[in-house]
Design a binder for this molecule. Structure first.
Ligand code: PEP
Length: 250
């Protein structure tokens, strides 16, 4: 199987003002050489317009951190997929564990958001992963695969490029505890198994990322696993030097 191109997605979470975002992106573009991987910034929604102007058609893509499950209408505070698309947004993180935990997003909501994204030409990065209790009980694989099936219910693809999955064990997010490369491979391979059932013609080429305390000194080993096609990175994505370090390591 030829691996899909490695995809490094930077999840800034609720960090950087719009002007800091623009300054940061200009500095990154200055320091990056030619890329042989896919790279994209997942920014807070208020920073997307400014970033879109800076990134333009450059080699760094642009993503949102969430998307509404609704098309349009009386949903105060929500941002629709069509609005994001109009700004030049190409990706959206969907179902991040922080949204599942603090905003009570169910698998059904995550699936509805993924459908909206794809319908509007935005690639959803659908996040799944177990918490510590499931890992300790040895139920991490079944838990994560159930979550994956629920999060993809009704999600139809026209090509492998329509969808990205991020396996993010919650116990490894922002904690400094990275899953081993073998742990990441175990789950990413299991995820690909489910993708083969759901999307047999595309599964080999769907990007499956790992996320959880990835940084310049561990990214290469993790991403060289057969079923790991990149990373979704939080903390280490905030400094330009960290991002350049990860790009150079890949
Ligand atoms: C994340 O927020 O998706 C993430 C993986 O964070 P961190 O890299 O800080 O663990």
């Amino acid at each position: 199987m030829t691996k899909p191109q490695t995809f490094l997605a930077l999840n800034w979470k609720m960090n950087k003002t719009p002007s800091e975002s623009v300054q940061w992106a200009e500095e990154l573009l200055d320091k990056l050489g030619d890329l042989n991987i896919k790279l994209a910034i997942m920014a807070p929604s208020v920073s997307l317009a400014g970033l879109s102007g800076v990134l333009g058609d450059a080699q760094v893509g642009l993503g949102a951190q969430d998307i509404s499950q609704h098309e349009s209408g009386a949903y105060t505070g929500e941002v629709s997929a069509a609005m994001l698309k109009d700004l030049g947004v190409q990706y959206a993180v969907i179902g991040h564990s922080e949204r599942r935990e603090y905003h009570f997003e169910s698998d059904a909501v995550v699936a509805a958001k993924a459908v909206q994204a794809i319908k509007n030409g935005i690639v959803p990065i659908v996040c799944v992963g177990e918490k510590l209790p499931e890992r300790e009980k040895g139920e991490h694989v079944s838990y994560t695969l159930n979550q994956l099936r629920g999060s993809l219910a009704g999600v139809e693809l026209k090509s492998a490029d329509d969808l990205v999955i991020a396996y993010e064990p919650v116990w490894a997010i922002g904690t400094g505890k990275t899953a081993t490369a073998q742990d990441a491979e175990e789950l990413c391979a299991a995820i690909r198994g489910v993708l083969k059932e759901l999307y047999p013609q595309f599964a080999d080429q769907i990007v499956v990322q790992y996320g959880g305390s990835v940084k310049p000194d561990n990214i290469s080993e993790i991403c060289s696993q057969p079923n790991v096609n990149g990373a979704l990175v939080g903390g280490a994505s905030l400094q330009v030097a960290g991002v350049v370090g990860m790009v150079e390591a890949l």
